[in-house]
Design a protein around this ligand. Structure first.
Ligand SMILES: [Zn+2]
Length: 93
């Protein structure tokens, strides 16, 4: 699974199967919701793989890491604000 074939020419038409139900997952967008210490953050329109059968979502590792770093910063900033939550949106272009 961790071996990467260098001879593979086709570029990632990812047909990943849902770990929950085995249906094929499609790429799409979803909203991630985080809560911590009385604050929340919603991150919308995140690229993810979605299962149309059971609704399982899978966000690619590097994306998930970036988002969690960003959200971490938001929660830190949020402590300084007289507020209960932050919505963090990237406007679709
Ligand atoms: Zn599924």
């Amino acid at each position: 699974m961790d071996k990467r074939s260098t001879t593979q020419k086709k570029k990632a038409l990812i047909a990943k199967k849902c770990p929950e139900c085995g249906a094929l997952m499609r790429s799409g967008r979803t909203t991630l919701h985080f809560e911590r210490g009385g604050f929340y953050a919603d991150v919308e329109n995140v690229s993810a793989l979605l299962c149309s059968r059971c609704g399982t979502r899978s966000v690619p590792g590097p994306t998930a890491l970036k988002i969690s770093n960003a959200v971490e910063g938001l929660f830190r900033a949020g402590k300084e604000l007289d507020s209960t939550g932050i919505s963090f949106h990237k406007v679709a272009s």
